[in-house]
Design a protein around this ligand. Structure first.
Ligand SMILES: C[S@@+](CC[C@H](N)C(=O)[O-])C[C@H]1O[C@@H](n2cnc3c(N)ncnc32)[C@H](O)[C@@H]1O
Length: 279
């Protein structure tokens, strides 16, 4: 007997639920739609169609991975961020919706040269250069594998000629001056690592998550080094974790950044600090 698309979605949702996956019904639709190569919104229109054995095999492989708590972005091969699809693998952080707060803050004013420190998948750098006409950028990371993924995403979104990539330990290999510096650095403390969800702890690069210390090392390096690389009147915008707002502001101010403001995420929590050069 053949299985219909509707039955397949239900079966996948049940399997994911049995494996304690939150949002199993939504993920089931994404998996089946991906295997069929259709938009998830079209599934209802074709729900009585029969599945082919190829599609069933593709679904089976994806469900097996997801049941092992491989993140959905790795199962599907992409993550939607600020309206674009980014290729994501185990070499980079899965771009988070909270990081769109940083994008919104950065796009409040125009810029011509942006530096993204710790670019990972390139989600921030690619988005900013793509959405600010004529802007150029430099995207850095300490991980060569991450830079390869970021360069692939830059090509996908046709900004490769306006974005250059540089392996660097924060500012050490960076040259030049920028009117916008952005970063979403690793901010989880070493002590918090064991408590993370398996999708994060087992499938995302450890160096993308933690500084192996108090979660604030990157902010110390970034605010100490930024002045030399920021043009007069420029801005520096960083994302931070819940509860880190006072510490990150104190680090900025200790390094002479007095004009600071915050932006909140979807949960109304302070998530991003914007520091302006007072000149
Ligand atoms: C939280 S992830 C952010 C990735 C991406 N910007 C995003 O928002 O999705 C932090 C990134 O910083 C990089 N990183 C860690 N230590 C670094 C260092 N010392 N210098 C430069 N980049 C570093 C990691 O490899 C990782 O790609």
């Amino acid at each position: 007997m053949t299985t219909t698309i509707r039955e397949a979605v239900r079966g996948v949702a049940a399997l994911l639920s049995e494996n304690d996956i939150e949002g199993a019904a939504r993920e089931a639709r994404l998996i089946v739609a991906h295997a069929l190569d259709v938009e998830p919104g079209r599934l209802t229109l074709i729900e009585h169609d029969a599945m082919t054995s190829d599609v069933e095999a593709a679904i089976h492989a994806m469900v097996a991975k997801r049941a092992e708590r491989v993140p959905m972005s790795h199962v599907l091969g992409y993550r939607e961020f600020w309206g674009r699809q980014f290729f994501v693998s185990g070499d980079v952080l899965d771009p988070r919706p909270e990081t769109e707060t940083l994008i919104a803050a950065a796009l409040e004013e125009s810029f011509s040269d942006v530096l993204d420190l710790g670019t990972g998948s390139g989600a921030i750098a690619v988005t900013l250069v793509a959405d600010c006409e004529g802007a150029r950028g430099t995207a850095t990371d300490l991980s060569d594998a991450a830079l390869t993924v970021a360069a692939r995403n830059a090509r996908t979104h046709a900004v490769q000629t306006r974005l250059q990539f540089q392996r660097s330990d924060w500012f050490t290999a960076v040259e030049g001056v920028f009117d916008l510096i952005v970063s979403n650095p690793p901010y989880i403390t070493a002590l918090e690592m064991d408590g993370l969800q398996p999708e994060v702890r087992l499938h995302e690069p450890r160096m993308a998550l933690t500084d192996e210390a108090d979660g604030l090392s990157a902010y110390r390096a970034i605010f100490a080094g930024a002045r030399k690389h920021l043009s007069p009147g420029g801005r520096i915008i960083v994302e931070f974790g819940q509860g880190q707002c006072p510490d990150v502001e104190a680090i900025a101010q200790a390094n002479g950044w007095r004009d600071t403001a915050f932006r909140t995420d979807m949960s109304e929590k302070n998530r991003v600090l914007v520091a302006k050069d007072p000149v």
